[in-house]
Design a protein around this ligand. Structure first.
Ligand SMILES: Nc1ncnc2c1ncn2[C@@H]1O[C@H](COP(=O)(O)OP(=O)(O)OP(=O)(O)O)[C@@H](O)[C@H]1O
Ligand SMILES: CC(=O)N[C@H]1[C@@H]2OC[C@@H](O2)[C@@H](O)[C@@H]1O[C@H](C)C(=O)O
Length: 360
């Protein structure tokens, strides 16, 4: 089979909602061509946002129940999306929602059980993309880089400005990609104090002043100077970054401005560490943070003129991860590697993902 009709499902660490993207992938002359047909984001209700945010502290029984119920919730969302758009996907590829990510402890768990999702949607499901890579000694993240290689190779660097930021770059030793630090998780948590879900276009951040002591404290963690492979979980961000920002004695605007400088500094430093020639470079910026014009300005300023930060059309900004997870599903279906060991540090490239057959 050379053409696949797939729904990609992604729930990212910003906790804004579930992204659904119906995509068609065709392989022509060894190259993959993608097209995104229908997309939607289902914003989380207060119930699911609270539940997803507190699941790390509940009993095993409650956790398992939430895993099944969230799988059903995703499956029902797919069923509605399918009927509204009159489409017939071959399968669903679901990332789920990361609750724990501590690869050094061999832990990474994405909520949204594939069996319940498949049962509710009535379609086959590919899910659990990270566990095999972790079992093979890898970070289990980031996984989007294989999509960057096969679908977005025209860019020198792909920058994801999600709840966590990461970069992905082709190098002579294979693709290098890693999380550079927290991103929207910080900004969203700070503005939740004033009942906002995010700082639109970075307007509040723009009004603040950088707090240099706070910035230095934020930049101190060993993670930033550690070599890849490396990846972050929300647990680490809560313990190493967020608590410093929350406890700081300055205005909300100052905290936001300082956080934006912290984010931009580590992104620019990381990109410059891997792209070291003197030629001009193109950086594709996606993830909701690419709508934060203030943050993008800071990143461009920190990178300098040699780098052009390109923000593509809004659909790609918002749905690139859902698109690429749909593509990881295609590779899994074909039994082709979808996790790159040059990125994750696993013992070898691997074919990640479990399949549940929800069709009659
Ligand atoms: N206009 C805007 N101005 C500022 N920030 C924005 C804007 N639009 C979206 N965002 C930010 O983008 C976030 C959503 O981004 P995205 O969906 O890429 O996150 P995610 O899926 O959780 O990412 P990841 O999985 O990579 O952690 C919002 O929560 C908000 O912080
Ligand atoms: C464990 C986990 O869910 N990690 C996410 C998270 O969100 C951004 C960053 O941290 C990245 O490493 C990863 O997601 C993307 C989709 C990835 O695996 O490429």
């Amino acid at each position: 089979m050379n053409t696949y009709h797939v729904i990609g499902l992604m729930s990212g660490t910003s906790l804004d909602g579930v992204d659904l993207a119906y995509c068609i992938f065709t392989k022509k002359n060894q190259n993959w061509i993608y097209k995104i047909y229908y997309t939607t984001t289902l914003p989380y209700t207060f119930f699911w946002k609270q539940r997803l945010n507190t699941l790390m502290d509940v009993s095993a029984e409650k956790f398992i129940l939430a895993d099944h119920q969230y799988g059903t919730y995703l499956g029902e969302a797919v069923r509605e999306f399918v009927s509204k758009n009159g489409i017939s996907p071959d399968f669903i590829a679901s990332h789920g929602h990361t609750i724990f990510h501590q690869p050094s402890q061999h832990i990474s768990y994405q909520l949204g059980h594939g069996a319940y999702l498949a049962a509710a949607a009535g379609l086959p499901v590919v899910c659990d993309f990270r566990t095999l890579d972790i079992a093979l000694g890898g970070q289990g993240a980031p996984l989007v880089p294989i999509g960057d290689r096969l679908l977005f190779n025209q860019y020198d660097c792909c920058l994801n400005l999600g709840g966590i930021a990461n970069i992905s770059v082709a190098s002579p030793n294979g693709r290098i990609a890693f999380d550079t630090g927290a991103c929207n998780i910080l900004l969203n948590t700070l503005v939740s104090e004033v009942d906002l879900s995010y700082d639109e276009d970075g307007r509040l951040a723009r009004q603040g002043q950088v707090q240099t002591d706070l910035l230095e404290q934020l930049n101190q963690a060993d993670y930033f100077s550690a070599p890849p492979p490396k990846s972050l979980g929300k647990e680490w961000i809560d313990a190493h970054t967020l608590h410093l920002l929350l406890a700081a004695n300055c205005s909300l605007a100052d905290k936001l401005q300082t956080a934006c400088h912290h984010i931009a500094y580590h992104i620019a430093r990381s990109i410059k560490e891997v792209l070291t020639n003197t030629k001009p470079y193109q950086v594709l910026a996606t993830g909701g943070g690419a709508f934060n014009t203030y943050l993008v300005e800071l990143i461009q300023r920190a990178l300098g003129n040699q780098f052009a930060v390109i923000v593509p059309e809004p659909e790609l900004v918002s749905f690139k991860e859902a698109l690429v997870f749909a593509f990881l599903g295609v590779l899994r279906w074909q039994q082709q590697p979808n996790c790159l060991s040059s990125v994750t540090g696993a013992s070898h490239d691997n074919v990640g993902g479990a399949i549940y057959w929800g069709k009659k």
